[in-house]
Write a protein that binds this ligand. Structure first.
Ligand code: SF4
Length: 330
């Protein structure tokens, strides 16, 4: 069953840091801090909008939830309790920093029905974390994940692709390190340079150069593929299409269909392996019906790519196939 979040954004609350890329007010597109009454209003509204709520979590996103003033954190958790007690929603999801996790806070989160914890890891290379003012190390990510697992929470990691001073090799190292940690889910965020951030300043001065867009898509496609093969679900790849990001963005890897571009890239590689196995130049390939448009590529670019290389592809659906499974149909 598809997982759903009732997202409640806590913009920058309690965060003592200023990461090079962060402008939380832009990302969350909201400036005021939600209070108990806001949580209740949002939950009540979700009751009317989501008929089947068996796999629906109340999600406190946008800030560093476990670093906000304790009284405020408890106010938010308390206000969500009536909806958990009556089994209205399946749990609470939070996002926070790796260095804001300890046994005391995990015990508290458990008592209040939190089910999933997502950490902003961003990179697993200490020099990249330091260059982007993250204020934590890769070891902090590993330690926090070990504790989260020990307490039985669902575990998520967020990585950011293309940060200041990061190389392609560093990105691959981060992906491999996340695979070894083996979280339940990951979110991949290619960097977007927002006005008012330190990245914007570095970019303006010319000391921060972004990877080429096509290479970034390829990198993210490889990451998605590795995570998929390791049984880690990629629940996000690219920022949400949003007018707020579009207004405040100076540069970066923002594309309203970023995930689709990456999945198209994965399918191009898979289709290429299929094509190599036959001498035919007019080929029918079957994939799961829900994957046909991804296999065809964004605006059918994969079909055009193969056509330009002398191969006419026809894609058909077969419900017996899994995601990313491609077979030649004679
Ligand atoms: S820790 Fe999170 S909220 Fe704080 S500055 Fe960094 S990205 Fe922004």
């Amino acid at each position: 069953m598809k997982h759903k979040n009732i997202a409640i954004f806590i913009p920058h609350a309690g965060c003592p840091h200023a990461c090079s890329f962060c402008n939380q007010k832009t990302i969350t597109a909201q400036e005021h801090l939600p209070r108990a009454k806001d949580v209740q209003r949002i939950c009540k509204q979700a009751l009317t909008e989501i008929p089947d709520r068996r796999n629906t979590e109340i999600a406190f996103f946008g800030g560093s939830f476990t670093a906000i003033p304790r009284e405020y954190m408890l106010e938010l958790l308390e206000s969500a309790q009536p909806y958990l007690r009556q089994d209205v929603f399946s749990g609470i999801r939070i996002s926070t920093r790796p260095d804001c996790i300890d046994r005391e806070v995990l015990t508290l989160l458990k008592q209040y029905g939190v089910t999933a914890i997502e950490l902003g890891a961003q990179s697993m290379c200490d020099h990249v974390l330091a260059a982007n003012d993250r204020g934590h190390t890769a070891q902090d990510v590993i330690d926090a994940c070990t504790l989260i697992r020990e307490y039985g929470f669902e575990q998520g990691l967020q990585m950011m692709v293309g940060l200041y001073e990061s190389t392609m090799q560093d990105e691959r190292f981060t992906v491999d390190s996340i695979v070894s940690i083996s979280p339940d889910i990951v979110r991949i965020y290619p960097v977007v340079v927002l006005k008012g951030t330190r990245l914007a300043k570095l970019y303006g001065e010319g000391s921060y150069r972004l990877f080429p867009f096509a290479q970034t898509v390829e990198l993210c496609a490889d990451a998605m593929w590795k995570f998929h093969k390791s049984g880690i679900s990629v629940i996000k790849c690219g920022l949400h299409a949003s007018e707020f990001v579009e207004q405040d963005m100076l540069a970066g890897f923002y594309h309203p269909a970023f995930r689709e571009l990456c999945e198209g890239r994965i399918y191009r590689n898979l289709l290429q392996s299929c094509i190599k196995r036959t001498e035919n130049r007019r080929i029918t390939i079957v994939v799961h019906p829900s994957e046909i448009s991804k296999a065809a590529g964004h605006k059918r670019e994969n079909l055009r790519f193969f056509e330009e290389n002398g191969v006419t592809l026809k894609l058909l659906g077969d419900r017996n196939l899994e995601k990313y499974q491609c077979e030649i149909r004679e």
